[in-house]
Design a protein around this ligand. Sequence first.
Ligand code: DLL
Length: 439
Amino acid sequence: MPTREHLIYNPARECMSRDELRAWQGARLAETVKREYENVPMYRARMDDKGVKPEDIRSVEDLKYLPFMEKTDLRDYYPFDLLASPRSEIVRIHGSSGTTGKPIVSGYTANDVEVWSEMMARTLTAAGCTKEDIVHVSYGLGLFTGGFGAYQGANRIGAMVVPMSSGNTQRQIMMMKDLGSTILCCTPSYATYLGETIREMGLVPGRDLKLKAGCFGAEPWTEEMRLRIEELLGVDACDIYGLTEIAGPGVAFECLEKHGMHINEDHVIAEIINPATGEQLPYGESGELVFTTITKTGMPMMRYRTHDICTLTDEQCACGRTLARMGRITGRTDDMLVIRGVNVFPSQIETVLVSTHGVAPHYMLIVDRVNSSDTLEVQVELTEDMFGDTIGHMEAVRKHITNQIKSVVGIATKVSLVPPKSIPRSEGKAKRVIDKRKL
Ligand code: DLL
């Protein structure tokens, strides 16, 4: 069992006093605002419109005077018009596909790649990774930040990296077994799929595999899903968060206490706002997460609205870090479904499904409009055991799920139990909602 010291990569930064941190953040924020104002015409115009000058921003308290940035800005100024460094200083491009049209891209200077690698080294260390470990990376390696992020972090620690990227599940498992991989990095939905395939191949985690921990993120998941993955793979499953625009994975990470994700606050400032009014909300209240990067030089982001919903806390964590923590992402302001006027988050339904015996955590939500009324169908896979069970028993499971969803979400749904493996598996981010009203 590693000692506590081995679980914190950079104690000088991760455990600094909150006052020290505030002072550090204020100084870096002022520098970043100046850089942005001088180099990014779009943001200068936006600050001028608000009557804010760089010299007005001296501390974290002044952040609220700055204008927001949005994903649409990355589209409108695609690909290079938000760069705050000369084009020749950009050494890497990453991007995310998005749901419509062009990808959004972010440019990284050598400094930005270093900052991000440090964030990921902290992330992996917090999950127990040391130089002795073998890190199996099943996040895609490419424009998506997942694969490169995990690779760079493991490299920084000096661990052995197995850069598998996504796909070819059986071969992934064979490599994991043969090499004795100890840390797994992939999406939580893929971790579940890997876990199930491992069992189908007749392998037993702990006996045939040496996995001890995983850093799972890039998509929303629940506590119930964590327990399921921990059981399937025999690992400590830690949540990790990030986004292309801010750095990539590692913006925030869970330690083995598993009580929220520590935000790398010496590199980013986090705020929670009311998504409707843009007003800052106090710690503890649920709202939209907003990030300002304070050490990035390529494409700094000022008050970037993530549309992710969560809470923040600065209560001290038992691990010794002083970095504030964000709770699980409970939804997105833009993937919240409004069904017959009721706000529904897919995570609420996942919680019900994962805690129900007899169904597997593979589901699809299908929203439609029939006779001018919204409908929601929840398709969920039966487990192999339950599939062979009596009709009466299956019907009881279906009724149970329908009632649970009604009591948690407040609306009636059509629950359909589908055969095992009939819902397409994802090797990256899972797609779980089909909204036919938008098609
Ligand atoms: O998903 C970066 C990443 C890679 C994070 C690997 C963690 C692990 P994007 O493709 O730009 O970047 O997508 C960012 O994914 O705004 C969230 O909506 C969602 N997301 C990321 N991590 C989590 C998480 C990467 N742990 C968007 N829980 C974000 C819930 C997450 N949602």
